[in-house]
Every structure is written in C-alpha cells, then in structure tokens.
Design a protein around this ligand. Structure first.
Ligand SMILES: Cc1cc2nc3c(=O)[nH]c(=O)nc-3n(C[C@H](O)[C@H](O)[C@H](O)COP(=O)(O)OP(=O)(O)OC[C@H]3O[C@@H](n4cnc5c(N)ncnc54)[C@H](O)[C@@H]3O)c2cc1C
Length: 385
C-alpha cells in the first residue's frame, strides 16, 4: 500500500504542501499517458486504483469519514494539477466530488454510513445524472420522473452525457416528483438501469461518458436525498457550484499545460535561422498564457478561500473564476495549436488534446453564455442595491 498523498506523509491536511507530491504524481503517472487514454477512450482501472491508494478521491471529507480534511483551496490546487495532466481524469474527480459531497452534506446518517466509506476509498465511483437528451442548461425541463410507491419510489426517464457513467457504481439521479425536483441515490446495478457508452466525442474522450435509461427502477425511501422537491435549491446549487469550481481549477491546469508545451516546443523548433521562441508574435501568445493562467489561478484561489470561510459569496466568485479560466483555456489551447503548426494537429503533441478538452470546459457546469448572463445580472443587482 502506497502512502496517501493527502495524508500526513503527503502533506499536512489543510495545507498546500500536498500539491508538490500531486504534481509529481501527475508528471510521472498521468501526463505521459493522457494521449494514449484519449485514443483508447478509457481510463485504465490501475490508474483509478492508484488514485485510491493516494487518497485522491475524496480528501475534502473529514478524517472520520475517510477523507483528510483537505480545504477547498487545496483541493482546487489538486484539481488544477490533475487538469494539467489529463482533463478526463479531472472530470472523473469532478463528478465524484459532486456526488460524494452531496451524500456528506445532505445525506442522512444512514446514507452517510452506507455510502461514504466506499466513495472515500474510491471503491465506488459516483456519477452525477442531471442532463437529459432534451434538457441541459435548463435543468428545470428535465423529464425523468420519480413516483411514490407503497415501499419507496419508481423512476422512469433517460439521462445523457454522464461522465464516468460507464464505470460508476452510484448514480445521483435528478427526477421530477409531485413536490418538485428531487435527487435519488441509485446503485448502478439496480434492475431497470441501462448504461450505454457514448463514444467518439470531441474532448475529454477518456471520461467514459454514458447515456443512462431508467425503466421502472425501484428504490427504497432511503434513496431520496432530503425531503421530496428539495433538490433544486440545495443539492443542485451546491453540487454544481463544486463542479464549477473543479472545472475552473482544471482549466487553469490546461492553460499551464499549454504554456509548458509551447515554451518547450518553441525553445527547440527553428524557423529560418532562429528559434520560434525568438519571434515576437510567438512571445505575445506565450505572455498571454502566463497572464491567463495567473489571473485564473488567483480567481480560483479567491473562490476556494470563500468556500473555506463558508461565505456565500463563493457562488459568484466561482462563476467568475470558471468563466475566466475556461475561456483562458480555450484561447491558450487555440494559440498552442497555432504555435505548433502542423505538429499541433498531430497526436504526437499534447496540444491537440488540450484544444479539444478545453472546449468542453466552456459547455459543462454552466456554459459560457450562462456565466455571462449570471455575472452581468449580479452586476445589475449590485447597482440596484
Ligand atoms: C464531455 C461532457 C461531459 C458531461 N458530463 C455531464 C455529467 O456528468 N452530468 C450531467 O448531468 N451532464 C453532463 N454533461 C452535460 C452538460 O452539463 C450540458 O451539456 C450542459 O449543461 C449544457 O446543456 P446542453 O448541452 O443541453 O446545451 P443547451 O442547454 O441546449 O444549450 C445550447 C447552447 O445554447 C446556449 N444557451 C442555453 N441557454 C441559454 C440562455 N438562456 N441564454 C443564452 N444562451 C443560452 C448554451 O450556452 C449553449 O451554447 C456533460 C457534457 C459534456 C459535453
């Protein structure tokens, strides 16, 4: 058994010391293989086990629940590092964090005892099942329905685009009930759950996406998180905020990876008699990456600090961080491909994958357009106050 990166030997809980060991892990065990996983459209089981050994699945949980009391600030730096190496791995962590935090924050004592030890250990992976074929940004249009039976609930509907859906053991499924949107914990092996892999996607190709059909899926009363109709204002808002934070931090990692790749490439590639690195137009792009990564990292740090302080202002800070970080990532990745020329188009260099992965960050956990609308609305609200 390897020492946990997030335990005492890997850095004191709640401090940033942990990011050094995580950086080494990403540099040696994730980044060199990310293109291979992208082409295979899957993450190897041994990586998922290794992450469990290193305590990376749910370090934000209290020590008594299998975590290491990691602060949100530090978790953000960890997700940045993982995002630097491979956005598919970061995607797995994002949805697992959303599901695990939901159980910890809003689950009953019984639900926590039943699910948290395995979620914390990474024996059981979570999938966050909100989006449907006909509803995405507007989650209130979701058509999956849960109806009460004498002994629990019966769920019918279809979910699409579930990250880690091919391997997740526990599904957090959002359904309509007579009282409004509700969240249910559904073991993936429950009769009536049908999982279909989604392949051939543009980015985060190793994130093992799935479509999930639920046909007369029967669950007990203990599957429901909170009272019926309670999920929209609490679970959805809270879990999506954490997902947004993770994606923002992962996007900083993408900008950093673009910067690292471009500095290395332009330092050795020659055109005419000089190196690419000597050309001013190349340097301008590199400087944009430096500024983009630093600005996004600071915004993520602000969002993390507010989370650690339990300050509700973190919600808006996270929207701002995710907007800046994800758009900086797509800009940096586009420039990185340009700087690499034809090589940027090939699978021999990581920038083609970074370009495809960056785009996903502008779509998930609140698209760029929704962020623009939300951030502007807040500006008008502040003026009106
Ligand atoms: C790789 C990947 C992984 C994903 N993983 C998950 C997952 O694990 N769990 C999950 O539940 N979902 C997941 N999703 C789905 C994701 O959350 C949705 O794609 C996202 O919410 C956007 O919804 P949509 O794709 O239906 O786009 P739509 O909502 O149809 O939007 C289409 C376009 O219209 C714009 N738009 C929408 N509303 C407005 C508005 N009011 N004003 C202006 N413009 C607007 C959007 O910004 C977008 O550009 C994943 C998606 C991808 C691509």
């Amino acid at each position: 058994m390897t020492a946990s990166l997030t335990g005492p030997r890997g850095g004191a809980a709640g401090t940033d010391d942990v990011t050094g060991p995580v950086r080494d892990f990403v540099t040696t065990e994730i980044a060199p293989y990310a293109d291979e996983w992208d082409q295979d459209e899957r993450l190897p089981p041994k990586l998922l086990i290794r992450m469990a050994e290193l305590g990376l699945w749910a370090p934000f949980l209290p020590t008594g629940s299998g975590g290491s009391d990691m602060t949100w600030s530090t978790l953000g730096r960890v997700h940045e590092e993982i995002g630097r190496g491979c956005s598919s791995v970061r995607s797995f962590l994002t949805v697992h964090t959303m599901v695990t935090w939901t159980v910890h924050r809003w689950g009953t004592e019984e639900q926590r005892e039943r699910w948290l030890p395995r979620l914390a250990a990474g024996d059981l992976l979570g999938a966050f099942c909100l989006t449907e074929p006909d509803s995405g940004s507007d989650a209130s249009a979701a058509g999956t329905v849960a109806e009460p039976t004498g002994s629990g609930w019966v769920i019918n509907g279809e979910k699409k685009w579930m990250t880690a859906g091919q391997v997740a053991g526990l599904l957090l499924v959002f359904c309509r009930t007579a009282r409004g949107m509700s969240a249910f914990l559904v073991p993936a092996g429950t009769p009536g759950v049908e999982v279909t892999p989604l392949t051939g996607v543009m980015g985060t190709r190793a994130s093992m996406l799935a479509g999930i059909v639920l046909r007369d899926v029967r669950v007990g009363p203990d599957a429901l998180i909170g009272p019926p109709g309670w999920a929209a204002g609490t679970v959805m808002t809270g879990a999506l905020d954490l997902g947004r934070y993770s994606v923002a931090c992962g996007s900083v990692g993408i900008v950093q990876a673009c910067l690292d790749a471009c500095v290395a490439y332009t330092s050795r590639r020659t055109v005419r008699d000089g190196r690419l690195s000597e050309l001013q137009l190349i340097r301008r792009k590199v400087s944009d990456m430096v500024v983009g990564s630093r600005a996004a990292r600071l915004l993520c740090a602000e969002a993390g600090r507010l989370k650690d302080a339990d300050d509700p202002a973190t919600i808006m800070a996270t929207w701002v961080a995710k907007y800046q970080a994800s758009t900086a990532a797509t800009a940096a990745a586009s420039d990185a491909v340009q700087i690499h020329g034809a090589n940027g188009f090939s699978a021999q260099y990581p920038v083609a994958r970074l370009y495809r992965d960056a785009k996903v960050a502008e779509i998930i956990e609140g698209s760029t357009e929704l962020q623009q609308l939300t951030i502007a609305s807040e500006a008008y609200r502040e003026v009106a106050r």
